[in-house]
Write a protein that binds this ligand. Structure first.
Ligand SMILES: *Cc1c(COP(=O)(O)O)cnc(C)c1O
Length: 361
């Protein structure tokens, strides 16, 4: 039998989650964020499914957009960081790739370029994230320059990005919205602010375009329970199988560093998935896994190609039994909390070594 690891990608769940985003923001256009290989899910698979269903897609850079165009994706694609050099503008203009204008140098590049046709521009305002975007008090001036630029399409979108929208009790989101409203007050054109957390928890942030990423993959970015997250369906299920079983007497240890000690006579199952397959090495003893659909905990350190699981309380486990690392019934965010990270990182770092297998539930 082949190595049984799979990152199963459920396209019905993907469509369902997009439907939820649309339902929560019914008056907004939807831009699906598929950067970084669609957060590890497979950019082409995800973009093909979403292409006819969304108003636009978003990626980080021209290379990512180009790969989608080359595969026949038709939706407009926004570059969330804009271009990295002036030469990229001509390539973008020819293929309905939209650009972010984040700073005045990018604006100068656009002013001095000779693209085949004017580019659609999203002018980004820095309302508090302090990573990308022009200062709100310069937005009016830069907007006028963009309007006057023959290489910019006259429909300019004003956008911003939240720093803390996942934290439901953090006041920074309201402050960012107030600053955004104030800076845009006299500027015509569509607006956009909401990431997944904005779509789910901040209806005042929806404006004309929403930009969900993480929620489309079925996971909640929010720091606490919220009714709008309950209908999310995980798109990725990471699956492996038991390849070995043993009894370990009281006092014996398991794994590298002997970091787990049997406190009782224990049954240890070894599954053939490790940090080389996208499972986080920092997941500690006790991190939950599903063996035949039932919860058990890691016992011992995560190896490159294997993990060890305490199945003492799950009688009847055999070689070949299914092990689910995250997905339905075991949110990736829960594993991430154990490993000291976020679910975004776990799915995005899924290596090519783990085959993506498309399923439609
Ligand atoms: C990545 C990104 C998003 C999507 O964020 P999620 O939290 O995944 O929904 C939206 N807007 C911008 C500018 C981004 O960089």
């Amino acid at each position: 039998m082949a190595r049984p690891n799979q990152a199963r990608i459920d396209l019905a769940a993907l469509r369902h989650n997009l439907g939820l985003a649309r339902q929560l923001a019914p008056r907004s256009k939807a831009m699906a964020v598929v950067k970084a290989n669609a957060y590890g899910h497979g950019a082409l698979t995800v973009a093909r499914e979403l292409d006819p269903l969304v108003d636009a897609l978003a990626v980080a850079c021209l290379e990512e957009a180009q790969a989608l165009r080359d595969a026949g994706i038709n939706a407009p694609i926004l570059l969330l960081e804009g271009v990295f050099e002036a030469a990229e503008l001509e390539v973008a203009a020819r293929q309905e790739i939209w650009i972010t204008i984040d700073n005045e140098l990018q604006l100068q590049w656009l002013e001095s370029a000779s693209p085949a046709q004017p580019l659609r521009c999203w002018l980004k305002l820095d309302t508090g994230m302090h990573r990308l975007g022009v200062p709100p008090d310069r937005a009016g001036k830069i907007y006028q320059r963009l309007r006057a630029c023959r290489n910019a399409h006259p429909d300019i979108v004003l956008s911003t990005h939240f720093a803390c929208a996942d934290e439901l009790r953090n006041d920074l989101t309201r402050a960012q919205l107030a600053l955004f409203d104030d800076a845009c007050r006299d500027l015509p054109g569509a607006r956009s602010a909401a990431n997944s957390a904005g779509v789910l928890a901040w209806p005042g942030s929806h404006y004309d375009w929403v930009r969900p990423g993480y929620m489309l993959y079925g996971n909640s970015p929010l720091d606490s329970d919220h009714p709008n997250t309950r209908a999310l369906e995980p798109v990725m299920t990471l699956a492996s199988a038991v390849i070995s079983l043993r009894d370990v007497p009281t006092g014996e240890t398991v794994g590298y560093g002997a970091s787990w000690t049997a406190a009782r006579p224990s049954r240890i199952a070894t599954a053939c998935i490790g940090y080389g397959d996208g499972y986080p090495r920092l997941a500690p003893n006790g991190t939950p896994v599903l063996v035949n659909g039932r919860r058990a905990g890691l016992a011992g350190r995560v190896s490159m190609d294997m993990i060890t699981i305490d199945v003492t309380d799950l009688p009847g486990v055999s070689i070949g039994d299914e092990v689910i690392l995250w997905g339905n019934g075991l949110p990736v965010g829960e594993i991430a909390r154990h490993a000291g990270t976020i679910g975004y990182e776990l799915t995005t770092r899924m290596p090519a070594r783990t085959p993506r297998v498309v399923t439609v539930s």
